[in-house]
Design a protein around this ligand. Structure first.
Ligand code: KIV
Ligand code: ZN
Length: 537
């Protein structure tokens, strides 16, 4: 009989914390709802003490998302724990996750405390958190570089103080699978009250071993894995949820373990996180990369066509990839478009009204799908028609790109018009019209190429001082009529953001991506983000 491994998703906390992956509250709510549809066990919704925006996001998710446990992160100080407790109060089931480093290197240089002091702080924090909820997780930060005897002592004390989950993070991605598995086994062998808590693992990917380490820990008895969609997270990222879940599903007899995740929702979650963060997914990324299910070599194709299992260990359908992603074209109408979006996991108010007749407003807790309003649908349909005129076949990825624009909320800057001249003998020039907080602003500018002229003109209008760290362009689907997707990475005043835009014209896509990033900068500055580094000063 297989054990159930709990999936603790930290896309909205550890994932969002990484440079360029910030999301606004509405985007976080959309991701949280998708996580609920996937049936993750725990959603780590944020770090409420970090900023007002973080607090609000955790609170809204606690209010509006049902199903998973909603968790908030806190250091061991009273004010952190009280703030986390306040944020998760509205949740059906809430968890406080408190953390403190246990490695000598962190004790000496970061905390400047001795082992006894740290032990006392951990115990006090768990006890305080238990006053608010029966579900308390304690993380021994940098556990993989902590002295094992001391780690055992802290874990035992945290459990005695009331922690119901103990997390053993590989904070710096230093562990090797066998060694990590041994460390977990050691804890099971040596901590007398270990059976009173679930042992969790949380691995970073600095050596590319986050997923391997997490799975090795399962073989030693770990009961919870902390991970993120697409593996986003600090530095090289966290363990990728889709890889962990599909490894457990594909090799269940080996692990004698499985998860509750609805794997058919994986692609939708991956696309959503990619769209809202702008963090692209490499083509050869396992499970969710564009090539993950593509068989190119002749020998492979031959075998695959004779019998799929020769070269396929899991089906594309099992992760939510439609067998044929060719869907719509010029002659498709509203009905076909609506149906396809339904299949992709979106819903319309009429769907909601059918489940809850007589109710005018949806009850937020019931909204596990992204609801598209009639007004939004009309705009999407208009864009779809325009695209179908430019492009023969419209694929799911095109549809996702069209709808992503609708969910790009609270924009200050909006692109109204763009006219560009360029070519072998012309000096590239761009005429740009933006709407800024509802008012139209126009300017003309030149540059080294049409994209450069466009972005420089937008920078002039918006008076941004941001530095362009990266600019990336790729085709969303095949063919010369494909939509281009542009991702930019900007930095201003210590904020790093990603922006994403798509269009059949890559200059327009570039303008959209740049404007999306500028809107994110505005949002972050308004949110008054305190970075964790600033909090530690
Ligand atoms: O990597 C880490 O140690 C963390 C903790 C807060 C769990 O993210
Ligand atoms: Zn982490």
């Amino acid at each position: 009989m297989s054990r159930i491994i709990k999936i603790f998703d930290t896309t909205l906390r550890d994932g969002e914390q990484s440079p360029g992956c910030s999301m606004n509250i509405d985007e976080k709510l959309m991701v949280a709802r998708q996580l609920a549809r996937m049936k993750v066990d725990i959603i780590e919704a944020g770090f409420p003490i970090a900023s007002e925006g973080d607090f609000e996001a955790v609170k809204r998710i606690a209010q509006e998302v049902s199903g998973p446990v909603i968790c908030a992160l806190a250091r061991t100080t009273d004010k952190d724990i009280d703030r986390a407790a306040e944020a998760i109060k509205p949740a059906e089931r809430g968890r406080i996750h408190t953390f403190l480093a246990t490695s000598d290197i962190h004790l000496k240089f970061k905390l400047r405390k001795d082992r006894n002091q740290v032990l006392d702080m951990a115990v006090a924090a768990v006890k305080r958190a238990r006053k608010y909820t029966g579900d308390v997780e304690f993380s021994a930060e940098d556990a993989t570089r902590s002295d094992i005897d001391y780690l055992c002592k802290v874990v035992e004390a945290a459990i005695s103080a009331g922690a119901t989950t103990i997390n053993i993070p590989d904070t710096v991605g230093y562990a090797i699978p066998q060694e990590y598995a041994e460390r977990i086994k050691n804890l099971f062998d040596r901590v007398p009250n270990i059976d009173k808590a679930v042992i969790s693992v949380h691995c970073h990917n600095d050596l590319g071993l986050a997923v391997s380490n997490s799975l090795a820990a399962v073989l030693s008895g770990a009961g919870q894995i902390e991970c993120t969609i697409n593996g986003i997270g600090e530095r090289a990222g966290n363990a990728a949820m889709e890889e962990i879940v599909m490894a457990l599903r594909t090799r269940e007899p080996y692990f004698e373990a499985r998860t509750n995740i609805v794997t058919e929702e994986i692609m939708a979650a991956s696309r959503l996180v990619r769209n809202v963060t702008g963090m692209t997914v490499q083509a050869n990324k396992a499970i969710v990369g564009a090539n993950a299910f593509a068989h190119e070599s002749g020998i492979h194709q031959d075998g695959f066509l004779k019998e799929k299992s020769t070269y396929e260990i899991m089906t594309p359908e099992s992760v939510g990839l439609a067998q044929s992603s060719l869907v719509l074209g010029k002659h498709s109408g509203r009905h076909a478009l609506r149906e396809r979006y339904r299949q992709l996991g979106y819903a319309f108010f009429e769907d909601y009204a059918m489940i809850h007749p007589g109710e005018k407003e949806p009850r937020e807790r019931d909204l596990t799908k992204h609801i598209v309003t009639e007004e939004q649908f009309e705009r999407i349909f208009e864009r779809f028609k325009k695209l179908a005129d430019q492009k023969k076949d419209i694929f799911d990825d095109d549809l996702e790109a069209l709808i992503a624009e609708e969910f790009r909320v609270s924009d200050v800057y909006e692109l109204k018009k763009l006219y560009v001249v360029g070519g072998t003998d012309a000096k590239p020039q761009a005429d740009v019209e933006l709407k800024i907080n509802g008012r139209s602003r126009k300017k003309t500018g030149t540059g080294d190429g049409p994209v450069d002229a466009t972005l420089k003109t937008i920078a002039k209008i918006t008076r941004t001082e941001s530095l362009m760290l990266a600019y990336e362009v790729k085709a969303i689907t095949g063919g010369t009529d494909a939509q281009g997707e542009v991702v930019v990475r900007l930095r201003e005043d210590n904020f790093t953001v990603m922006g994403q835009g798509s269009d059949t014209d890559i200059i327009v896509a570039s303008a959209k991506a740049y404007i999306n990033a500028l809107n994110k900068l505005v949002y972050l500055k308004k949110r008054g983000e305190k970075t964790v580094e600033k909090m530690c000063e």
